[in-house]
Design a protein around this ligand. Structure first.
Ligand code: 0O2
Ligand code: 0O2
Length: 264
């Protein structure tokens, strides 16, 4: 059996995980720059540990020289969404891309696994440019909600602790937990618009507060410390109990004051 030079073998996988994380995080950044809701909440990625690769190869009888062809999750990317309908949107965004080729998809969101596990999996072929030319590797995307991620993370640690043999009473509790997580996703979906509005409002208010703070720095640099102190008191009150209109009015007053000093 051929031996693998692990350090060299894993280089393209490490590179692919880094590139894919950047690409997917930049989708989120793009939405946020446009002040739009992002179906991607956050992205993580990892290269499978050598011990886990060997364990899996053993379990599925994969010869060493076929690991790169048959093991699909050496490069693994996880995309977390706030709401269950965001999962489909992310899947659609990935289907549109020209820089990766989808080999197949597994919908464990609608077809829950026996354990209670839910997630949408996509296996892709991804070209990596190496020093000595291009090569293609396989990678796995797991797209899931925050609730699905919470459950899967806990179940994964228990599987690790019990070496894949979780006692029946814990397994039953996990199954109940999976149902509860799924119910949570359904309930949150029903009030999605409400939650999105609240999050948007929070963003608007924090952006106004940061603009006000910046303008107060400008006013300080003009030496108008009494005004700065007066405006700061107003800001403190509004941060506690003000709405976005009042914050916006305060910002306008400060800008007018700065303009009047700049003109004089
Ligand atoms: P930000 O500003 O938090 O959005 P790296 O590739 O080094 O950036 P690495 O080593 O892959 O990151 O770290 P990891 O643990 O995979 O986490 C990647 C990103 O996911 C980090 O964001 C974490 O903050 C974020 N993350 C992890 N868990 C959660 C979570 O439960 N909720 C939320 N909202 N985010 C989480 P960054 O890159 O630091 O950017
Ligand atoms: P890791 O890196 O430890 O997460 P199989 O091993 O046959 O069940 P298969 O057919 O290779 O899996 O693919 P599948 O079912 O799509 O699962 C691939 C990955 O999905 C797993 O990787 C897990 O990350 C995740 N997954 C699947 N089922 C479960 C589950 O019941 N609970 C949790 N927590 N995760 C699951 P690995 O190989 O376990 O590696």
């Amino acid at each position: 059996m051929a031996t693998i030079q692990w350090k060299t073998f894993l280089i393209p996988y490490t590179q692919a995980v880094e590139e894919l994380k950047v690409k997917l995080r930049s989708i989120r950044k793009e939405y946020r720059k446009k002040s739009e809701y992002s179906p991607i909440e956050f992205v993580t990625g990892r290269v499978k540990e050598i011990s886990s690769i060997l364990e899996k190869a053993n379990k599925f009888n994969i010869p060493t020289d076929r690991i790169h062809l048959e093991m699909e999750d050496i490069a693994g990317i996880r995309i977390m969404c706030q709401f269950v309908d965001d999962v489909e949107k992310v899947v659609e965004l990935i289907r549109q891309r020209k820089d990766m080729q989808i080999l197949y998809e597994k919908d464990y969101v609608n077809n829950v696994k026996k354990s209670g596990y839910r997630s949408y999996h996509m296996i892709i072929k991804y070209p990596v440019s190496m020093a000595e030319g291009q090569m293609e590797i396989l990678a796995e995307f797991q797209i899931r909600t925050l609730a699905m991620n919470f459950w899967a993370t806990i179940e994964h640690s228990l599987n690790y602790k019990y070496k894949q043999d979780i006692p029946e009473h814990i397994r039953a509790k996990l199954k109940n937990g999976a149902d509860a997580a799924f119910k949570l996703d359904q309930e949150m979906l029903e009030i999605k618009d409400e939650i999105k509005d609240a999050q948007k409002l929070f963003e608007v208010k924090s952006s106004l507060t940061s603009d006000i703070m910046n303008q107060l720095i400008v006013l300080s640099s003009l030496g108008k410390l009494n005004e700065v102190s007066r405006y700061r008191n107003q800001l403190n009150k509004l941060v506690e109990a003000g709405d976005e209109v009042e914050l916006s009015n305060l910002l306008n007053s400060i800008e007018k004051t700065i303009n009047s000093y700049n003109r004089s």
